[in-house]
Design a binder for this molecule. Sequence first.
Ligand code: HEC
Length: 142
Amino acid sequence: MTMLKVLFIVLYLFISNASVLFAFHKDPYQPRVPLELLEKLQDQDNPYPATAERIELGREIFFGKGLCVTCHSNNGKGVRLPGHSPRDFTDPKWQDMREDGELMWVLKNGSPGTGMPIRVGKVINEEEGWSVIHFIRTLKGK
Ligand code: HEC
């Protein structure tokens, strides 16, 4: 490998990481979905009713194969990550502003420019995604 190639790779890694840090929007209340989709996603309801079984399923995914707990922590307030922390799921203001359809979009696409990775379609399926959203709703105000 030539020195130039090495230099390019180092530069690329630096820029791609830096963009993660700089693209982060500080305001947690700002929508995370593309604005042209916002209205449609806000109208999209969770297709599954919030039964006790459904919430329990979501809880198992949050602490289990979804790996959500590693970043969002046991109580949903989130652990500190380089760049920024994940959302505080206990925040009632954030809970009231976000519709389930927006959360599903983030589960399917990640939150671009942040540490929030794609989950639905990678580690969990769509039904499991809707279940974990029901669980996240139970953290409001805790
Ligand atoms: C590698 C760390 C990491 C993992 C794993 C992770 N998240 Fe996140 N999550 C984040 C970060 C960071 C944010 C904040 C992103 C932002 O500011 O837009 C976030 C934001 C969110 C949001 C808020 C989006 C919004 O509209 O405000 C939801 C919902 C969410 N995560 C759900 C989950 C679920 C459910 C799982 C597991 C299936 C999960 N996350 C796994 C780091 C993670």
